[in-house]
Structure formats: structure tokens, C-alpha cells
Design a protein. Structure first.
Length: 174
């Protein structure tokens, strides 16, 4: 291999490493992952993790707590300034699937010093994070059915699809 080709190959590899977030170099992350697998009204869908990594180029763009890094979120740093590296990256590691269950409410009420009373549940946290970012990006999905296909139970709940009212409403109907 000529010296010129070797320099070119080294430059390509160096450029690729420079464009890859440092935290992603040491983590094994899935290319896709299922979201909403327990959903009652909407189907599960495959989240394109690899595409989002390429778009944001930094894990903390989506994960406010990134494994192997110190806490950076200004709201968290007030109390967790001296906390060590985060071990949990998954949303469900902190955000509860059912924040209003009896067990969750008991846990919150058992600790009078607990700050995280206003922490959103899993679904709220994910939608807040995803939709918030998607509104900033042109052509990113923000509607419910742009990511999730609605189930029959969802159609019934929202009076949509086969459950939608038929014909013109009468006097006593909306």
C-alpha cells in the first residue's frame, strides 16, 4: 500500500472516530428497540435507534442521563452534583410505567424528602422528550399514529375507525 493510500485510510478512520460520540464508542447499543410493548391503545413499534444516533451524534441529546458520564442536567445537578457516573440509561430505569399505582404512590409518600414527586411517568417522559425534539426538526413525526398504529381498543376509546359515529348527528347528539 502506498504512503498516500495509507494516509487517506488513516484520515477516513480518524474522521469516523471524531464524528462518533465518545460515549457511543464504549457502549454496545441496539440498532432498533421495541417501544410501547405494553401499550393498550397503540401497537408496539420498532424505534430506529441507529438513525437517531446518527442524527443527534450525542447520547445525551435524548438521554439526559447517559451511562459513563456525570450528571449534566441543570435540574438534577442541584442535588446530584457529587453523584458518580450513571449506571442506568433506559427511560424505565427512572420513570415508572404506572406512576399512579398504589405501590408508586406509597413509595413517594414514604419519603418526605423526595424531590422527584413531579417526575413524569414512562409514557409522559418519552412523549415529552420525543415530541419536543421532533417539533424542532422538520418532517419528524409528532402525531400519535405517525409512530404508533392504533389498536382496536384505541379506536373504541377514541370513537375512531369502525367505532366512529355514523351519519349526521341528531338534535340530542354532538
Amino acid at each position: 500500500m502506498s504512503a498516500q493510500r495509507l494516509r487517506f485510510a488513516v484520515m477516513v478512520v480518524a474522521t469516523m472516530l471524531a464524528l462518533t460520540p465518545g460515549s457511543a464508542l464504549s457502549l454496545s447499543v441496539p440498532d432498533t428497540l421495541p417501544l410501547n410493548s405494553q401499550g393498550k391503545l397503540y401497537e408496539s413499534f420498532q424505534f430506529d435507534h441507529a438513525r437517531h444516533i446518527k442524527l443527534t451524534r450525542e447520547c445525551s441529546g435524548c438521554h439526559h442521563h447517559t451511562a459513563g458520564t456525570l450528571v449534566e442536567d441543570p435540574n438534577c445537578i442541584r442535588c446530584h452534583r457529587n453523584s458518580g457516573e450513571n449506571k442506568v440509561v433506559r427511560c424505565r430505569g427512572c420513570h415508572l410505567a404506572d406512576p399512579f399505582s398504589a405501590a408508586s404512590l406509597r413509595e413517594k409518600n414514604s419519603n418526605p424528602n423526595m424531590y422527584h414527586l413531579d417526575k413524569p411517568g414512562l409514557k409522559g417522559a418519552m412523549h415529552q422528550n420525543c415530541i419536543g425534539c421532533h417539533k424542532k426538526v422538520a418532517k419528524a413525526p409528532i402525531g400519535c399514529t405517525e409512530c404508533h398504529k392504533r389498536k382496536k381498543a384505541g379506536d373504541a376509546f377514541y370513537s375512531a375507525g369502525n367505532f366512529a359515529p355514523r351519519g349526521k348527528p341528531g338534535k340530542d347528539e354532538h
